[in-house]
Design a binder for this molecule. Structure first.
Ligand code: IMP
Length: 431
């Protein structure tokens, strides 16, 4: 009963889609357990590239049952558009299962997301604008709409009314029109009918599969540094991307998880606001953005770029209990004379004293002011795009990988060397 969790170890966009797709050919189920349409997973199969937001990466593999778990927030309009798009491109989406307990992102959640960002002004989070925070807030406030509610018109109306009431007060405060309950009801009920065939009790399906010896891959969205508990709060998303989130977000016990694979980019990127100690606000940063095609899959926003931060990924190894790391986009670094890796920070405590730390400062202010301490490694000029054997890599690239492995304290099982499925060096099998 292998239960494998794939998580992001930085600020998202590490290339998890490629990794879940790689392992996905050996698993029976792929389960999304957190987040919603804020995610952007790119999967390349042959000459086709699929940008997925809500659908699990396993959707492109006909042998896999893709599941949208209870811990996700489902925007029916985005999901239906994604299903229609993939179906038109010849991908069979009929295997999809959606948790009846997953929360629904309604059009008014997107409105509340943008209002909340405006209200925060300079302190804004830089969200994807997909209504994620307001949907999870309603879940926690126990006024959320769940997928099962979409299937019962009377219940749905009552849920929309209860959900709309407190929002209307806020909307009035900002001079906005109230939520049109009838319009929301029509839209959501019609979408519910289209989603009905996919809706089921997914925790039961997943647990039965594990008990029957099937392999289940739990696909995390976003990443540890965007985790609502363990990330750079408040500049985080509103769910638990970390491995523990797979238990709540899929409905399985921790004893069912047999390995946790962390995906780390060979450098660092971040979208949205918030601290990023190794950020490069210079031409190297611009170069990395161009080389790595670092523009958001969901929003198209240019990503902030910087050096690899081993403090962050070591922290990710700890809070996720990583068993393996997959290092992605090593090919993007070819051509740099030297490459820097952050190994520690100089932090300033509240009393004004300074300290050099090698562990993540969980105090928000200390992290925001952390000065990275770098180790400089030799770069390489040879293009390594498409390499599939570790020995093929230039000596400096090998040394870079081995040093990262040492700093993270977890084996680097595979290395991504390009966007295609085959562009990967596998040093040890993940499943
Ligand atoms: P939200 O999830 O839309 O509320 O956005 C909260 C923060 O998480 C913002 O900084 C977003 O840029 C970031 N974020 C959300 N989803 C992703 C993702 O898939 N990749 C990278 N950053 C993300």
């Amino acid at each position: 009963m292998p239960g494998i969790v794939v998580v992001g170890t930085q600020w998202g966009d590490e290339g998890k889609g490629k990794v879940t797709d790689l392992i996905g050919s050996n698993v029976d189920y792929v389960v999304r357990y957190n987040g919603g349409a804020n995610a952007g997973h790119t999967v390349v199969v042959g000459d086709e590239s699929y940008a997925l937001h809500l659908l699990p990466s396993g959707i492109v593999n006909p042998a896999v049952t893709p599941i949208i778990g209870n811990g996700t927030v489902v925007d029916p309009s985005v999901l239906l558009a994604e299903i229609a798009d993939l179906t038109a491109r010849g991908v069979d989406c009929s295997r999809l299962l959606i948790s009846s307990q997953a929360q629904v992102t309604a059009p008014f959640h997107r409105v509340m997301d943008s209002l909340s960002e405006k209200a925060l002004g300079n302190g804004k989070i830089g969200t994807t604008g997909r209504g994620i925070g307001p949907t999870y807030a309603d879940k926690i406030n126990r006024i959320g709409i769940r997928v099962q509610d979409l299937l019962d018109r009377d219940r749905l109306r009552a849920k929309i009314e209860a959900c709309a009431a407190p929002k209307n007060i806020v909307l009035a405060h900002y001079g906005q029109p109230p939520i049109d309950v009838d319009a929301a009801l029509e839209e959501l009920a019609s979408e519910g009918e289209q989603l009905r065939p996919y809706v089921t009790d997914t925790p039961l399906v997943i647990n039965r599969a594990l008990d029957a010896g099937k392999a289940v891959l739990f696909e995390g969205s976003q990443a540890v540094m965007l985790d609502i508990d363990h990330g750079t709060y408040p500049f985080v998303t509103s769910s638990n991307p970390i491995a523990g989130g797979a238990c709540t977000g899929a409905g399985v016990g921790p004893t069912k998880i047999t390995s946790v694979v962390g995906v780390a980019k060979a450098y660092t990127t971040r979208v949205g606001e918030g601290p990023f100690p190794t950020e490069l606000n210079d031409e190297t940063g611009v170069w990395l953005r161009e080389r790595g095609h670092e523009f958001g899959v969901t929003t198209g926003r240019p990503r902030r770029t910087g050096w690899f931060d081993s403090v962050v990924v070591r922290y990710a190894a700890m809070v996720n209990g990583l068993t393996d790391v997959v290092l992605t986009k090593l090919d993007a670094l070819s051509g740099l004379p030297t490459i820097r890796v952050c190994v520690a920070y100089d932090v300033t405590h509240a009393d004004g004293t300074h300290e050099r730390v090698a562990d993540m400062p969980v105090d928000q202010q200390e992290f925001a002011s952390a000065q990275p301490i770098y180790e400089e490694l030799e770069g390489w000029n040879e293009p390594i795009g498409g390499a599939s054997d570790f020995a093929e890599l230039p000596a400096a690239a090998q040394a870079y990988v081995l040093r990262l492995e040492e700093l993270i304290g977890c084996p680097i099982a595979a290395i991504g060397t390009g966007p295609k499925r085959a562009n990967i060096i596998v040093r040890r099998q993940l499943i």
